[in-house]
Each structure stands twice: as C-alpha cells, then as structure tokens.
Design a protein around this ligand. Structure first.
Ligand code: KIV
Length: 270
C-alpha cells in the first residue's frame, strides 16, 4: 500500500489505520493484519529505550529501526520520524537526513511543528521527499510546552494550529498528524486542508488514526526509571489486547475499530 492507495481510500471515505512499529516481526504481523501505514516513531526512545521523552533519539536509531520495519513490511507505507536536531538548523542538513531515512526504507518523513518548520517541509517536498507534518502536541517540544498537555484549547492557540495546518498543506505535505487537540479543532482542520489528517487524541473525525503499538497492547507502563503504578495511561489509549486472543487479533481489531469509527470514542477524545 503506497501513498496513492492511501489517498484513494481517503477519497472514498475510508479511514486510515496507522500504528507505530519499530521492528521486522511486528511489521510483518501488522501488514498481515491490514494496517494501512506504519510509523517508525521517535516514541521508540520511550517505549524501546525506556527514556522519559523522545529527545535523545538519534538518526542512527531511526535508520536502524526503519530498515528493520521496511524488511518486515515491504507492501506497507512507512513513515519515519526525523529526530530532534536532525532538521531544524538548516534545510540542507534536513534534506540529507531525510534522504538517509528514505534510503533506509521510509517512503515519507515526519517532522514536528509549524511556523519555521513550514519552510523546511517545503524544501523537502520541492526536492521530492514526501513529508508528514505533526501539529498540536509535539513531543520534541515537551519542555517548551510544559509537559504532556492538550494543545489548541484557547481560540488563539487553535487559530495558530489552523494556520500552521493550512501552511503545511500549502507547502505540499502528504499527511498531517494531529496530536492531543480538541476533537472539534481536528474536525475543522480535516475539513479545511487538502492533506489527510491522522489523529492521536484528536477525535474520530480525522482522516485516520495512529496509536503507539505498545499502548494498543496495554504493555507500556512509563519510563524505565518509574514504577508502573505511578504511570497514568493517556485518555486517548485503548487496550485492544484485553478483548483479543492474540496480538494479531488485537491489531486487526484496532484496524476494524478505526474503519468502523468506533475508535476513538468520546471517552478517548478531548
Ligand atoms: O513518535 C511517535 O510515535 C509519534 C506518534 C505519537 C504520532 O509521533
């Protein structure tokens, strides 16, 4: 499944089911379970490395995991995160790092933020690199945002996200992740911009959904340094394994719930 197939599904009104993936075994399983797109997210810093956040993930980590995922899912669209420090300082460095990810097996790269990042996205798109924007809560800015907080709650901040989304669409991005924003704001953006939106904590009206695999399986319990009982699962997470007999069935049930629009429900949204 490539980008054109994803776009045809969106045009036909079908929701896109995306999941994070970091290795070949899960990539193979997810491809067979009907996942439309795999995100090699820098969330691997948290779920694989046990860190508190995504800030220490490097290009070497990202290319290593992208290669593994590409090996396991040769027929699925693979989006790879550009880690912190790999794209912000100059456009040429962003381009070189994006090409490194593409050569490792990604079909698209994802970068966080609006504002000045719009020019970076445009630079990559003009050179033939498909880009996924990431707006709303952007984990690489966790320190500036003061923690894991919902974004776009005030009229002013919602307006900024809408303008960034429009500018990113104008720059030619192919997809747009919207993280932890009010469902009404995500709905408005989805109806306004040309690029399909993929929500996480952004309500059911996005063009598709993404979840971190370990969250879907209910096995993520916070950073390695903290006791699992001190970890509070985010509101937008649903444990699909609890109601399934196998991981494959849990993933397939996530895909079905996204397509049937039963996930996310109101209780998973803001
Ligand atoms: O890194 C990641 O997994 C992500 C998703 C949470 C969207 O960016």
């Amino acid at each position: 499944m490539r980008l054109t197939a994803i776009k045809s599904k969106v045009d036909a009104g079908e929701k896109i089911a995306m999941l994070t993936c970091y290795d070949a075994t899960f990539a193979k399983l997810m491809e067979r379970a009907g996942v439309d797109a795999l995100l090699v997210g820098d969330s691997l810093g948290m779920v694989l490395q046990g860190e508190e956040n995504t800030l220490n993930v490097s290009m070497h980590h990202m290319t290593y995991h992208t290669k593994s995922v590409a090996a396991g899912a040769p027929d699925t669209l693979i989006v790879a995160d550009m880690p912190l420090g790999s794209y912000e300082h100059d456009h040429e460095a962003a381009y070189k790092n994006a090409i490194w990810l593409i050569k490792s097996g990604a079909h698209m790269v994802k970068l966080e933020g609006g504002g000045e990042r719009v020019a970076t996205a445009r630079y990559l798109v003009e050179r033939g690199v498909p880009v996924c924007a990431h707006l709303g809560f952007t984990p690489q800015s966790v320190n500036q945002l003061g923690g894991y907080k919902i974004q776009g709650k005030t009229t002013e901040s919602a307006q900024t996200i809408i303008q960034d989304a429009m500018a990113m669409a104008d720059a030619g991005v192919s997809l747009m992740v919207l993280e932890m924003v009010p469902a009404s704001l995500a709905k408005h953006i989805t109806e306004t911009v040309s690029a399909p939106t993929i929500g996480i904590g952004a309500g059911v009206d996005c063009s598709g959904q993404v979840l971190v695999l370990q969250d879907l399986l209910g096995i993520y319990s916070g950073p390695a340094s903290k006791a699992p009982e001190d970890f509070k699962t985010p509101r937008f997470v649903r444990n699909f394994l609890k109601e399934s007999h196998s991981i494959q069935q849990a993933v397939a049930s996530y895909v079905r719930a996204v397509k049937e629009e039963t996930f996310p429900a109101a209780e998973h949204s803001y």
